[in-house]
Design a protein around this ligand. Structure first.
Ligand SMILES: [Zn+2]
Length: 102
């Protein structure tokens, strides 16, 4: 499984007021909730702090070059100039995020 080539469109063209600039290229839409009118997004977190790992399982992901990284997840309302509501914690995968926040 390669999270870097998973087919989701990049949203590098979208600038977030609250987002860290260096994460712009790594931020991706995951899914849209038509009822809540929000989109779920994911940002790559790296470089990691010392001993930083998945809050749920304690694992990390690695790039092809072996650099560890994690994902942060958030939701954004379907609105122009909206802000991303980042969920707490960094995770290695969506299932870990869901387990922690579920
Ligand atoms: Zn995990």
């Amino acid at each position: 499984m390669d999270e870097w080539d998973d087919g989701f469109p990049s949203r590098a063209e979208h600038v977030h007021e609250g987002g860290r600039r260096e994460e712009g290229d790594a931020m991706r839409y995951l899914s849209r909730d038509p009822f809540a009118r929000t989109v779920l997004l994911r940002a790559v977190v790296r470089p990691l702090a010392f001993s930083q790992d998945c809050r749920w399982c304690g694992g990390v992901r690695r790039t092809r070059g072996g650099e560890p990284f994690l994902f942060r997840y958030g939701t954004e309302p379907d609105a122009i100039r909206s802000r991303v509501d980042w969920h707490s914690g960094e995770f290695c995968s969506k299932p870990c995020h869901d387990a922690y926040h579920g």
